[in-house]
Design a protein. Structure first.
Length: 406
C-alpha cells in the first residue's frame, strides 16, 4: 500500500494511502478537538456541533436535505470522541468529488442556525436517553466520574441540562476556534488510482484560511481507587467493571497492554484465560478486557456480567490469573495465538477503506506521522512474554483498582 503525507502552508495535514484492491474510497477529516477540549461550562458542545454541521452550509443551505446530498451514491457520516471529531465520506473512486466538496463546505462554512440547533437538541437528548439505558455505557460513565475529576468525568455528550444550556452562538464560537486547518488531519484511503478528481479535491483545500489558534485542553487528573455500588437494591444479576489507571506508556508498553487484553479476553473472548477460568465454569455470563487512552493516560478495564454473589470470587480469579502471568505461566501457544489475533485484526482493519482511515489517523495522533501497517505489526512481534510480565508487575501487582457494579 503506497502512501503520501504532507502539510499545506495553512497547516492542514494530509495523508493518502492507495489500496488498489479496494472498490471504495474513504475521505476522513479528523478535527483534533473532541469532548476533552470543551470548557466545563460547554459540556457536550463538540458532539452537538458534529450534529449541527449536517443542517446546512454556505453552498448547501439545506444540508443533508440538499439535492446534492440526496442524490449522492456514497455515504457521509460523523462521530465524536474525547480526543477528536471525525467527518467522513465513503464512495466509489469515481464518485469522490461529488461527495467530497459538500463534505468540505459543511466543515468549513456551516450555517449553524439557532432554529436548526433547537431540532438537533431533541435528537441529542434522545441519543442520551438510549446511552443511559445501556449498562456498559452507564458503567463507563460512572468509572469516569470517579477516575477523572472535572470535565472528563462527565458524559461525552453531556447530560440533559448541559445540552439545553448550549446555544448556536457558542457552537459558532467553538467552530471558529477549533475547525481550522492546523487542527485538522485529512486521511484519504482506498483505490486512489481510479479517482480522476482527486487532484481537484486536494487543490480546493489550499485556500483554507487560518483565522484563530485552538485553545488549550484539560489534562486528565487521576483520582484514588474506590469501590462504588450503583444499585439502590441488591440485584441478582450485576454488571461490573474493574479498572486500573496507567501512566503514559512508550510504544512497546502501549502495544503490550493491548496484547494483554487479548490474552485475558477481549470482545472476542472465547478461548481466552478469563473465559476458561471464569465464564466457562459458570462464574460469569461474560467478561471483557478493554484498554483505552485519554490524554496520554490509560485505563485498563475489565467488564463483567454475573450474579452479584459471585463478584468477589470473580475478582479473586482475575487477580490470580494476573499473578500467574506475572510468574511467567504463559504458554507459547496462547502467547502466539494472542499475537496472531491482534495482528489479524490490524490486517482486517486495513482491508476496508473506512476502518483503515481511522487506524491511520489514530496512529498519526500518537506518533504525529504516518505509521505503515508493517510497522504496527512489528510493534506486536517485538513484544515478549517478559514484557507482559513487567507490565503486570509494574502496573497491576499490588495496585488498587476501581470497582464499580450495579
Amino acid at each position: 500500500m503506497a502512501y503520501s503525507q504532507w502539510k499545506y502552508p495553512n497547516g492542514l495535514n494530509v495523508i493518502t494511502e492507495d489500496m488498489p484492491s479496494m472498490a471504495s474510497v474513504t475521505a476522513g477529516f479528523f478535527v483534533l478537538s473532541g469532548a476533552r477540549h470543551e470548557s466545563p461550562k460547554q459540556t457536550g458542545i463538540a458532539h452537538a456541533l458534529e450534529h449541527l454541521l449536517f443542517r446546512g452550509s454556505l453552498l448547501y443551505p439545506k444540508g443533508a436535505m440538499s439535492p446534492e446530498f440526496t442524490q449522492m451514491t456514497g455515504t457521509m457520516n460523523a462521530f465524536t470522541t474525547w480526543e477528536y471529531t471525525c467527518f467522513y465520506s465513503r464512495s466509489t473512486p469515481e464518485e469522490l468529488p461529488g461527495i467530497f466538496f459538500p463534505l468540505v463546505d459543511m466543515i468549513r462554512q456551516p450555517l449553524l442556525r439557532e432554529e436548526d440547533f433547537g431540532l438537533e437538541q431533541n435528537i441529542i437528548r434522545k441519543e442520551l436517553s438510549r446511552q443511559l439505558e445501556e449498562p456498559r455505557s452507564r458503567l463507563t460513565h460512572a468509572l469516569h466520574q470517579y477516575v477523572y475529576p472535572g470535565r472528563l468525568g462527565k458524559l461525552l455528550i453531556g447530560l440533559d441540562e448541559d445540552i439545553l444550556k448550549l446555544s448556536a452562538l457558542e457552537l459558532r464560537q467553538f467552530h471558529r476556534r477549533h475547525y481550522i486547518p492546523s487542527n485538522i488531519l485529512l486521511v484519504i484511503s482506498g483505490s486512489l488510482e481510479k479517482c480522476s478528481g482527486l487532484e481537484s479535491c486536494l487543490q480546493a483545500l489550499q485556500d483554507w484560511e487560518e483565522p484563530m489558534l485552538p485553545v488549550g485542553l484539560e489534562q486528565p487528573l487521576m483520582a484514588q481507587p474506590a469501590v462504588v455500588n450503583l444499585s439502590q437494591k441488591r440485584a441478582e444479576l450485576c454488571y461490573s467493571v474493574w479498572a486500573w489507571s496507567l501512566p503514559p506508556l512508550e510504544d512497546k508498553e502501549h502495544y503490550a497492554v493491548h496484547l494483554l487484553c487479548t490474552l485475558l479476553g477481549d470482545d472476542n473472548y472465547i478461548g481466552s484465560r478469563f473465559y476458561n477460568v471464569i465464564v466457562a465454569p459458570g462464574f460469569a455470563q461474560q467478561i471483557t478486557c478493554v484498554y483505552s487512552v485519554l490524554g496520554g493516560k490509560g485505563l485498563f478495564k475489565i467488564y463483567g456480567l454475573a450474579r452479584a454473589a459471585q463478584l468477589e470470587a470473580i475478582r479473586e480469579k482475575m487477580l490470580a490469573e494476573l499473578r500467574q502471568m506475572e510468574a511467567g505461566r504463559i504458554t507459547p501457544r496462547e502467547y502466539n495465538r494472542a499475537k496472531q489475533k491482534v495482528k489479524t485484526q490490524m490486517a482486517l482493519d486495513a482491508s476496508v477503506s473506512h476502518s483503515r482511515s481511522v487506524s491511520i489517523a489514530q496512529a498519526w495522533m500518537r506518533h504525529r506521522r504516518m505509521v505503515p501497517l508493517d510497522e504496527l505489526l512489528t510493534f506486536i512481534d517485538q513484544i515478549s512474554i517478559g514484557d507482559l510480565q513487567n507490565i503486570i508487575a509494574q502496573y497491576f501487582n499490588n495496585q488498587e483498582c476501581f470497582e464499580i457494579y450495579g
